[in-house]
Write a protein that binds this ligand. Structure first.
Ligand code: PGA
Length: 238
């Protein structure tokens, strides 16, 4: 099965980086992974235009209201109108730095799906919660997905917050265990087989063993996705 190799540029790179990045992917992507690149919102249109037929384009966030007096926000329909077809929802940096709650993220998920966007919904525990990851993840899932009945455009990214940007990667045994728990939680609560990506310090040197796990349906990559060479090395590592 194809796996999803998703990039998250976060607040990095500029317009000038789009062309060489897309060109490199076009030339060097050999196997049939599903590539999704989530770029800063101001770059969505240009990235989507250049990446047509090469990879999918995603936003990193969008607001739950459809339109109105929400200075600085962008709506799901605005994202869609750029040519992008994915968005992240609930990245841990949005949760931690911008105070996004499960309730808000549920509304964002509903708004994005309504516009026909595909959603990569992020969940994960912080270091202090590691021993009780089950209750933390279950709450994020049950509250975040409340009322959702059509899961066909959703994938989940499990990103232990202590592994994001820290160089600390969960062990393959931990990844297997937690992914199995996440899948089981979706099955029990919503009756669906959820695809689950792993994220947190994924890089070319560790991606092969992570992507080889049956419980891992793809990866979400931050730092190592900024350079096309590293991003493609990860995509080619399986
Ligand atoms: P990282 O980020 O690969 O730099 O750890 C992952 C993410 O935040 O999605």
């Amino acid at each position: 099965m194809d796996k999803i190799i998703a990039a998250n540029w976060k607040m990095n790179n500029t317009f000038a980086d789009i062309k060489p990045f897309v060109k490199y992917i076009k030339k060097n992507q050999k196997n049939k992974n599903n590539l999704v690149v989530c770029v800063p919102s101001v770059m969505l249109s240009e990235f989507a235009k250049q990446a047509k037929g090469v990879c999918e384009t995603g936003a990193q966030n969008c607001y739950f209201e459809a339109k109105g007096a929400y200075t600085g926000e962008i709506s799901a329909s605005m994202v869609k109108s750029t040519g992008a077809n994915y968005t992240l929802v609930g990245h841990s940096e949005r949760r931690q730095l911008f105070g996004e709650t499960n309730e808000m993220l549920n509304k964002k998920l509903v708004a994005a799906l309504k516009e026909g966007l595909k959603v990569i919904f992020c969940i994960g525990e912080v270091l202090e919660e590691k021993s009780k990851y089950k209750s933390v993840l279950k709450k994020q899932i049950v509250e975040g997905f409340a009322g959702i009945t059509d899961f066909s455009n959703i994938v989940v990214a499990y990103e232990p917050v202590w592994a994001i940007g820290t160089g600390k990667v969960a062990t393959t045994a931990d990844i297997k265990k937690v992914h199995a728990f996440v899948k089981q939680t979706f099955k029990e609560n919503f009756g669906v087989d959820m695809l689950v990506l792993y994220g947190g310090s994924v890089k070319p040197s560790n991606s092969k063993e992570i992507l080889a796990l049956d419980e891992v349906d793809g990866v979400l990559i931050g730092g190592a996705s900024l350079k096309a060479e590293d991003y493609i090395a990860i995509a080619q590592s399986r």
